[in-house]
Design a protein around this ligand. Structure first.
Ligand code: DGY
Length: 318
């Protein structure tokens, strides 16, 4: 008899996911923006596959007494109540490590785009105003040989630091715990948060969203940064206070910001941040490559099936 799996997603999952799950399980779909499926159906659910960032709370878990695995497509699990899952003995799987390279690449792409006016330059070069080459136009910030401050030096931050070395950058970092490997391998230097913000020409946010990191970059922290500095958020929108960021960018408190993520996501279409020239923004593309998405699909479906069969998950967070 096939397992019963609930896929919780507003959108169609990456194209290889459903065929893989269908081989082993009967699928129930739940768009979180629509009313929940009937209670008697939820009572039969054995596995939940979470695609996207909709909250998965204790209340939902309690509607599914047969639930024995929650698998998340992605590494960040801030939308899942991990404590509730743990208390109920439900393992939660995610996709760590396999997206580190892709996410570090996008962190660096954003850093370069904001520093060197790539997006504005692209728009200008296509428009009617580009009639003559002007050497004193659109001057950006030098990247090579500058100071990079990484907040959150886990496995994604480590990959960001590696890329920075190729640009001859000095790497500072701040993290919950020291990262001896990054210090030994890459010469990354641990500093307190304030020192990092004051010294860095580029600050990248690569930490998970937790109770400790929510709102970590606010008015005070932005105020410590250099006026020439660039802030890159490739973590979660919730780690930055968007009102403070707006005010800082409007007042020239920093040179530019580049965001892969926001809160809410997407921002309302009339949000004032979207009107700023010194902001680069992309729609949460950190791990969005064909190759990484496929490996994430395999890992997350592997976690789901392992949980259903009572085996240890390939990547288990709790
Ligand atoms: C992740 O893996 O957490 C990405 O942000 C996609 O959810």
């Amino acid at each position: 008899m096939p397992y019963k799996v609930l896929i919780r997603s507003e959108i169609e999952p990456y194209h290889t996911i459903i065929p893989m799950i269908e081989q082993r399980a009967e699928i129930v779909r739940w768009n979180p923006l629509e009313p929940q499926p009937p209670a008697e159906l939820l009572r039969t659910i054995e596995g939940v596959y979470n695609y996207g960032h909709y909250a998965f709370t204790a209340e939902y878990m309690d509607l599914m007494p047969e639930l024995r695995v929650i698998s998340n497509y992605g590494v960040g699990v801030d939308h899942i109540d991990l404590q509730a899952a743990q208390e109920r003995g439900i393992p939660v799987g995610n996709t760590p490590k396999i997206l580190d390279g892709a996410t570090a690449d996008i962190t660096f792409a954003l850093l370069l785009a904001a520093a060197r006016n790539l997006i504005q330059g692209d728009h200008f070069a296509r428009g009617p105003d580009f009639v003559a080459y002007d050497p004193s136009f659109m001057l950006g910030q030098e990247v090579h040989h500058q100071v990079l401050g990484i907040i959150g030096l886990g496995s994604i931050g480590y990959q960001v630091a590696r890329r920075a070395l190729a640009f001859d950058m000095t790497v500072l970092y701040h993290n919950r715990n020291r990262n001896p490997k990054a210090e030994a391998d890459l010469g990354a230097r641990y500093v307190e948060l304030d020192e990092l913000l004051q010294q860095a020409d580029f600050v990248t946010l690569n930490m998970p969203l937790t109770d400790q990191t929510r709102g970590m970059i606010g008015q005070r922290e932005l105020g410590l940064m250099k006026k020439s500095a660039v802030l890159v958020n490739a973590a979660r929108g919730g780690v930055v206070d968007h009102d403070a960021l707006l005010e800082t960018l409007q007042n020239g408190g920093i040179y530019a910001a580049a965001l892969d993520v926001t809160e809410p996501e997407p921002l309302p279409r009339n949000h004032p941040l979207l009107a700023l020239d010194n902001l680069v923004i992309i729609p949460h593309l950190g791990s969005a490559t064909h190759q990484t998405r496929q490996i994430m699909a395999e890992r997350s479906v592997g976690n789901l099936l392992a949980g259903l069969e009572g085996r240890e998950l390939l990547s288990r967070i709790v």
